[in-house]
Ligand binder design. Structure first.
Ligand code: HEC
Ligand code: HEC
Length: 198
């Protein structure tokens, strides 16, 4: 009896804390999709959000609102978009976009994909380049606060890796250190490979 009561109490807390998000009915997703594309599939410079890890989305929204993610396009677009999101709204957006099905971007250079896959899986020990798979997962699907990389576009991935090398978004450990070990050709190969992964 006691355990049933405590289970009911937990359920009550869950639902009063918001409960499950119903497919964007209660949140103004158009505030995001006019840039991030229909169903969050990405559009021009705004990356795909569909299928992204919800914990990662929440963290990035926090980084935008605190101005820790200071990349030029973040500053131009996302600082405003994230400025007035309370934690509840950030969580609801994150749950909604993470639940949408993702796709491959397919916009990289096919000929570089095999080289990129090799670096992704094994790293390059003699150049101190770590395996990306260890954190981002065998299918680049991410886990918890570590983002999905499959589905992101070649141009977005390339720019993100380059900009860590230029000092932007320095708080995003461990990526500034990881990105600084990569040459321009290695970045090209990795971004190409990942653009073909779903
Ligand atoms: C005016 C256009 C615009 C609007 C509106 C907008 N975004 Fe963005 N968003 C962008 C751009 C551009 C980037 C890429 C920033 C960069 O390259 O650093 C981005 C990046 C992001 C990222 C980081 C994704 C990643 O893979 O790191 C998240 C999360 C995000 N937006 C969520 C949202 C949410 C949620 C909303 C709605 C509340 C929203 N955005 C509204 C343009 C927009
Ligand atoms: C030790 C774990 C770890 C390793 C190894 C690692 N990453 Fe990451 N990566 C992260 C974390 C954590 C983040 C999120 C950082 C943040 O924004 O707070 C991230 C973010 C990223 C992003 C940003 C994605 C987006 O949506 O904007 C890219 C691109 C990326 N990593 C590529 C790589 C590549 C390529 C490699 C291999 C050369 C690699 N990572 C190795 C943990 C790791």
């Amino acid at each position: 009896m006691k355990s049933i009561t405590s289970k009911l109490a937990m359920l009550a807390i869950f639902f009063s804390a918001g409960g499950p998000v119903s497919a964007g009915e209660t949140i103004p997703i158009r505030n995001c999709t006019w840039c991030h594309g229909t169903s969050g599939q990405g559009f021009t410079t705004a990356p795909r959000l569909a299928g992204q890890r919800h914990q990662y989305i929440i963290n990035e929204l926090m980084d935008f609102s605190r101005h820790r993610r200071d990349n030029p396009l973040s500053k131009q677009y996302m600082w405003d978009a994230a400025a007035n999101l309370n934690p509840r709204a950030a969580r609801d957006f994150a749950m909604y976009f993470s639940s949408l099905p993702t796709r491959a971007a397919n916009d990289g250079d096919q000929e570089l994909a095999a080289a990129g896959k090799k670096i992704y899986e094994l790293g390059i020990p003699e150049s101190n380049i770590v395996s990306c798979l260890v954190c981002h997962g065998p299918n680049a699907e991410g886990v918890r606060q570590i983002p999905r990389l499959g589905g992101l576009s070649y141009f977005y991935l390339k720019k993100r890796l380059q900009q860590w090398g230029e000092g932007y978004h320095a708080a995003a450990e461990p990526m500034p250190r990881v990105a600084r070990t990569l040459s321009a050709n290695e970045i090209d190969a990795l971004a190409s490979y990942l653009s073909f992964v779903k």
